[in-house]
Design a protein around this ligand. Structure first.
Ligand code: K1U
Ligand code: ZN
Length: 180
């Protein structure tokens, strides 16, 4: 298993639409293991493959307090959306920001499991919100797309600034060891 790097908004790779998985083989199961490890370490309650720069339609989620209810959905399709609710959402690709988003309260989803077998499930509350948030990632959509462009641009500028500060400057990398 391996921890993967998570892309941060406004990285354009977060806007790519993921492709369906044609065969659930060992390489897909290994990717799913990496996704669970990365999600639990972050820590997060969900992760979409798009967030680790893999354009495959795979998501993982675990909204339980004791991290005992893992879900892996490959090629997820929403069959039914019911009701509406507003919830504060965060995103591992938009670290440090939380905004209220309105989504369906209950959903029915069809997907393949990591064994390659199809299944259907119903979800409500936080799990339903999380699955909708992750499917949005697979379609290149972020929770900041549901808020005003003014707020989104403020978040973008702050994260761009943090990203620029985190990256090593050219002069520091190029400096000879004696001058460090
Ligand atoms: O997709 C992601 O970026 C993960 C995201 C999922 C999500 C959170 C809230 C509402 C909808 C979807 C996160 O996990 S953000 C971190 C978070 O919410 C959390 C982390 C640790 C414990 C509890 C919550
Ligand atoms: Zn997210």
């Amino acid at each position: 298993m391996a921890l993967r790097d998570i892309l941060h908004f406004p990285d354009p790779r977060l806007r790519l639409r993921a492709e369906p998985v044609s065969e659930v083989d060992e390489s897909v199961r290994s990717l799913v293991d990496d996704m669970f490890e990365t999600m639990y370490a972050a820590p997060g309650i969900g992760l979409a493959a798009t967030q680790i720069n893999v354009q495959k339609r795979i998501l993982v989620a675990d909204v339980s307090e004791d991290r005992s209810a893992p879900y892996c959905l490959i090629n997820p399709e929403i069959l039914r959306l019911e009701g509406e609710e507003e919830m504060d959402e965060g995103c591992l690709s938009v670290p440090g920001f939380y905004e209220t988003v309105r989504r369906a309260e209950r959903i029915r989803v069809r997907a393949l499991g990591p064994d390659g077998n199809p299944f259907e499930m119903e979800a409500d509350g936080l799990l339903a919100v999380c699955i909708q948030h992750e499917i949005d990632h697979l379609d290149g959509k972020l929770f900041v797309d549901y808020i005003s462009s003014l707020k989104r641009n403020r978040i973008r500028k702050k994260l761009e600034k943090q990203g620029a500060q985190a990256a090593p400057s050219r002069s520091r990398v190029a400096a000879p060891a004696a001058s460090l």
